[in-house]
Design a protein around this ligand. Structure first.
Ligand SMILES: [Zn+2]
Length: 282
């Protein structure tokens, strides 16, 4: 028998959250994507950025953004997928951006992952540098995936910058000291549902202490669902649990967290998710 889950935290009217990072094109959402997006909307999660990991998912992200005005797309090749990337892939992504720039709000996720062994580190670094260059050409903010690669990631983005359109360290996994370095570089920090896990001390400290004007929230769905859904499929509406945990850590209200992080997201992605949410297509 499963125990009843605590109800979803409730946002004040006219208060919204934006999920800055979800993989809506993945198989986990295939059977009920409309319901997932409706649930988010009904509970004040006004927008979702759906994140690409390769050429096919970049195309899928663009298609989803055309279907839902509260969803916007990224393009890019994930570090795990760099080894199987083909030589024409970056050209294809640049073409996609040329044709559909109006729905593409960022470049990513790109970066380095030294935990999983899916692609050789030298190939990861090479594609990372090339894609940072392409993101700058396209004038898009960058979304960085960094696992156990903090020093290399920071060195590479410093070398490739400046990034006038800004950037995001997604699913932040460093400590406060590293967060400060990222913020000094003028990037945002996106806090995942992991912040609700009891043992996530470093992330809780980061969420409690970084300036709110540099913070975003994300699911990284379908992965990494927050408590009380830990281990289950994650989905955008669960950013409510993440935002509530952040509010508790900071001694403030979920409404304040929602107001500032959604303003940050709309400005960084240069898209008014809240107007889109309030004006659904007829
Ligand atoms: Zn991701």
């Amino acid at each position: 028998m499963s125990r009843a889950k605590p109800p979803l935290p409730i946002l004040a009217k006219e208060s919204f959250l934006i999920d800055s990072h979800c993989h809506l094109d993945m198989k986990a959402y295939r059977n009920d994507l409309e319901a997932v997006i409706r649930r988010a909307s009904e509970h004040g999660v006004a927008g979702v950025v759906t994140i690409a990991i390769d050429v096919a998912s970049s195309e899928a992200a663009v298609a989803l953004s055309k279907r839902f005005n509260t969803v916007r797309a990224t393009i890019g090749i994930h570090p795990h997928d760099t080894e199987k990337a083909e030589s024409g892939d970056l050209r294809k992504l640049a073409d996609l951006a040329d044709r559909h720039r109006e729905v593409i709000v960022a470049y990513g996720e790109i970066g380095l992952d030294y935990v999983k062994d899916y692609s050789r580190p030298d190939i990861q670094r090479s594609l990372f540098k090339q894609q940072l260059g392409l993101a700058r050409e396209l004038k898009l903010p960058v979304i960085i995936h960094d696992r156990e690669a903090h020093d290399d990631c920071l060195a590479i983005i410093k070398d490739a910058g400046p990034f006038e359109c800004g950037g995001i360290m997604h699913c932040f996994s460093g400590n406060l000291e590293f967060a400060k370095k990222i913020i000094d570089f003028n990037f945002h920090i996106s806090i995942p549902g992991i912040v609700t896990f009891k043992n996530s001390r470093d992330l809780q400290e980061v969420a409690a202490l970084i300036p709110l004007n540099k913070m975003l929230v994300e699911t990284d769905g379908p992965f990494l669902a927050p408590v009380p859904y830990r281990g289950k499929r994650n989905e955008p509406v669960y950013t409510l649990y993440t935002a509530e945990a952040i509010a508790q850590l900071r001694g403030t209200t979920i409404t304040e967290i929602a107001g500032q992080t959604s303003a940050n997201a709309c400005s960084l992605f240069d898209y008014d998710f809240i107007s889109a949410h309030n004006n659904p297509p007829k």
